[in-house]
Design a protein around this ligand. Structure first.
Ligand code: SF4
Ligand code: SF4
Length: 370
């Protein structure tokens, strides 16, 4: 098959973060600061990405503002010709730092929202005072005039705040709001009993988003990631494995998606040792689930196979024990009924939040899954 170049690259600059969200998509084993790529490594990787055909660079983490060289990295990415999007909780961004980022050419900011009031946001983020600080940062972003996307992660505890989150996006002057129901990977997988929305909540969120899309048309774009455990078909993960995007982890490991290291039989290359283009076009991990040739039934003969590419490989691994299986979210998967029953059980359970830990700190034990 002919492999097109990637459009977007997610650069996870660091796993360090002042917050400790219980749904963090970072791996449970976090990269320590001393293993992170150095400034000059990232600059080289940005040039390699641009040469490969990448257009958009998403600077993420952890919290990318935890990197002291963030402004230098933005400047280097712009010099390489990349469109730069900073994905941040806001903590660590000062007014002066935002002005520097603006001068360095930063194109866009995506600000995360853990809740619409201090009580919720600070409890979920595990950081007292975080909400007040974030509101201050949102004000500076608006004053400078950065194009803004507000990213709100919703789950059982805060789904009732969705209408207010939409209002806040408008008040902040955002052009886009991403309403993302929590995806159960990484730390979220350990928090299903605490965070799984009910089916009724998921349906209500879909209704609110549909109504908001009509009401806000022309003012605010509403992107929506529904609660997939309550869905009948999986989402097209990463636009299809190895088709449009790639992730570079803090230590330089190149991944087809942020959770790919949960698939134990795959071997991942590192930009310290191999050029990015070589990894994209000629590495076993990127080839493993590209296109449709790897599929087994029911995906192989399904008329949706080029629409969703069988869903998420990491979710198939986590829930069906086979990364080559149909995503268990799919009604055609033999695991679908069990998944729906499990979703209902998680939604009815009560459990304390397990916040993510800092890199190098002991990882809490995995709860027993019912
Ligand atoms: S999800 Fe929360 S803890 Fe994880 S990187 Fe984002 S802000 Fe930090
Ligand atoms: S069978 Fe496979 S390709 Fe078809 S809808 Fe389900 S996951 Fe998608």
């Amino acid at each position: 098959m002919t492999v097109p170049p990637p459009i977007a690259m997610l650069a996870e600059l660091t796993h360090r973060c002042p917050l400790s969200c219980p749904y963090c998509s970072n791996p449970v084993e976090l990269a320590r600061a001393e293993t992170e790529l150095a400034t000059e490594d990232w600059v080289r990787v940005f040039r390699e990405a641009a040469d490969l055909g990448v257009l958009q660079l998403h600077l993420s983490g952890g919290e990318p503002a935890s990197r002291r060289d963030l402004t230098d990295l933005v400047r280097a990415a712009r010099e390489a010709g990349l469109y730069t999007n900073l994905i941040s909780s806001g903590i660590g961004l000062t007014e002066a730092r935002l002005a520097e980022l603006d001068a360095a050419g930063l194109d866009h900011i995506q600000l995360s929202l853990q809740g619409t009031d201090a009580g919720m946001a600070d409890e979920i983020g595990g950081y007292r005072g975080g909400f007040v600080r974030k509101m201050q940062v949102a004000g500076w972003i608006k004053a400078i005039g950065f194009p803004l996307t507000l990213n709100t992660v919703l789950h059982r505890r805060n789904l009732h705040q969705l209408p207010r989150a939409l209002e806040m996006a408008e008040e902040m002057g955002a052009r886009r709001v991403e309403v993302a129901t929590v995806q159960f990977h990484g730390w979220a997988l350990r928090n299903r009993d605490a965070l799984m929305p009910t089916r009724e909540q998921a349906k209500e969120a879909t209704r609110i988003v549909a109504e908001a899309r009509v009401r806000l048309k022309g003012r605010l774009v509403v992107d929506y990631v529904p609660a997939d455990y309550h869905s009948d078909y999986p989402k097209r993960c990463m636009g299809g494995w190895g088709s449009t995007g790639l992730n570079v982890a803090p230590d330089g490991t190149v991944l087809p998606c942020h959770a790919a290291q949960t698939i134990p039989h795959l071997t991942f290359e590192n930009v310290r040792h191999r050029p990015l283009a070589d990894i994209w076009y000629r590495s076993s991990a990127f080839d493993a689930y590209r296109g449709t040739g790897w599929m087994a039934e029911p995906c192989r003969s399904c008329d949706r196979r080029e629409k969703d590419f069988g869903g998420c490989r990491c979710q198939a691994m986590a829930l069906a024990g086979d990364a080559g299986a149909a995503d268990p979210v799919c009604v055609k998967s033999p695991h679908h009924a069990a998944l729906q029953a499990r979703a209902a059980a998680h939604a009815a359970a009560t459990a304390p939040l397990i916040h993510r830990t800092a890199p190098g700190r002991p990882v809490p034990a995995e709860p027993v899954v019912g």
